[in-house]
Write a protein that binds this ligand. Structure first.
Ligand SMILES: Cc1ncc(COP(=O)(O)O)c(C=O)c1O
Length: 449
């Protein structure tokens, strides 16, 4: 047992315990091995930002089901909305109408950062939102090609997978899809392009590369339907672009009649302290993809498009579960929790975590970079801060040690860690989680550096 500066004690847990072991064995026999697991956590239940396994071990949750449980686990307001809806009807299909579907679309229209009203298409996941956005851009512009970014993650159906450039395991054996050209993401900590004299920042370097190299030698801009980009790269390592990137990208798109699609599946719905991460750069996109945090865990994705773009005819796109009533009421209740304090809490707790992480980085040689906005925060681990050699082994060991001491935390990118608690996380939970994180980090550094 270790005492910490914030009065928490850190105990080594016996994980996975006997009940968990039994379920893990049954899982291995029958659940598809395609799933990659992060830790042997077998969930029993959760409340707010804390989760319990089947052996009664308690964990602070810094993962939120990968940015999904924005209102924490089983928020009473969300649970009540789902229960009440379940008693009325569970499904009617998108061939008919119901009010909460309209209401959610109205709410999304209200918060869409567009220069005109929005048209909203709902589906079941982030990938489906990306598919819808790509299809709409292809249809509306009549153009066949797209631009994506290295390190980007947009999902795993073939259309979305064409853009995903996060890990080769996700693409190997499934491609080719010819229409996507990938540019380097403006990853300032690890630039792959040389900045030129006069570039305001590395964001501008990337835009100049698109315009002066890609558009001159590979891809005619008038054949490009859209650029699909994450405002903050998620699976790629929680990478925040420099100030010039999005304003310059918007200009570039406008100059060539290219649509700007932002994939806010991970960064959206208040996680970064604003409804949409793109709002941090004051840029108005043409299409937004959202999912994950929108409905607190009930599967839901949505495409928000400027209404003037929604020129596709009736029947051009659709799905059976569109407007699923449980998802609609869960999303409406989620949005109420977020606007009644959740988003502000993301700002407050996010600022506090960043401060603590910067203080930690001064004590730990392996914390190469600390970055992020609101409660979408990342730490990049290196062998040392001068050479910046990536240290995936250390990052992975921290994940294991954190789990053994009562913290769920997950990596991203090659050697980064993401910190994404529910937006309702309390200061006490933040302190407890960060104490365990630093404890695991100290142990991992002693073992491996
Ligand atoms: C930015 C982004 N887009 C799309 C997706 C795919 O979402 P889903 O897994 O719900 O299909 C993800 C999932 O991690 C994501 O982070």
């Amino acid at each position: 047992m270790v005492a910490t500066t914030t009065d928490h004690t850190i105990t080594r847990l016996n994980v996975p315990g006997p009940k968990a072991q039994t379920i893990l064995e049954r899982d291995r026999a029958v659940v598809s091995h395609a799933y990659g697991r992060v830790a042997d956590f077998v969930m029993s239940h959760g409340l707010g930002s804390q989760v319990y396994d089947v052996d009664g071990n308690r964990f602070i949750d810094f993962v939120s089901g990968i940015a999904v449980n924005s209102t924490g686990h089983s928020h009473p307001h969300v649970v009540r909305a789902i229960q009440q809806q379940a008693e009325k009807f569970l499904h009617i299909s998108s061939d008919y109408y119901h009010e909460s579907w309209v209401r959610l679309s109205e709410r999304l229209d209200e918060i869409a950062p567009f220069s005109e009203p929005a048209s909203v298409f709902v589906g079941n996941s982030g990938t489906e939102a990306v598919e819808g956005a790509i299809k709409l851009a292809r249809y509306h512009t009549g153009r066949p090609n797209f631009i994506g970014f290295m390190g980007g993650f947009h999902g795993r159906t073939l259309g979305a997978l064409g853009f995903t450039a996060s890990k080769t395991t996700q693409r190997r054996g499934f491609l080719p899809i010819r229409e996507v050209t990938h540019a380097p993401y403006p990853y300032e900590y690890r630039p792959v392009l040389a900045m030129q004299p006069g570039d305001a920042d590395y964001g501008e370097t990337v835009i100049n590369y698109l315009e002066k190299i890609i558009f001159k030698s590979i891809l005619a801009p008038e054949d490009v339907a859209a650029v699909l980009v994450e405002p903050i790269q998620g699976e790629g390592g929680y990478v925040v672009p420099p100030a010039s990137f999005f304003p310059r990208l918007r200009e570039l798109c406008d100059r060539h009649g290219i649509l700007l699609i932002v994939d806010e599946v991970q960064s959206g719905m208040g996680r970064t302290g604003k409804w949409w991460a793109i709002e941090h750069w004051g840029v108005k996109p043409d299409i937004i993809c959202t999912a994950k945090g929108i409905a607190s865990g009930v599967p839901l994705g949505a495409v928000l498009a400027k209404r003037s773009l929604a020129t596709w005819p009736t029947g051009a796109h659709g799905n059976t579960y569109g407007g699923n009533p449980l998802a609609m009421v869960a999303a409406l209740a989620t949005m109420e929790v977020l606007e009644n304090g959740g988003i502000q809490n993301a700002v407050d707790q996010g600022d506090y975590i960043l401060q603590r992480l910067h203080a930690m980085a001064a004590r730990h040689p392996s914390m190469g970079d600390v970055r992020g906005k609101g409660l979408m925060l990342g730490v990049e681990f290196v062998q040392d801060k001068v050479t910046k050699v990536a240290d995936a082994r250390l990052r992975n060991r921290i994940v294991e040690l954190a789990f053994e001491h009562g913290l769920l935390i997950m990596g991203c990118g090659a050697n980064s860690m993401r910190i994404i608690p529910p937006l309702v996380v309390t200061r006490a939970e933040v302190d407890e989680g960060l104490d365990i994180f630093e404890h695991a980090l100290t142990m991992a550094e002693q073992e491996l550096l």
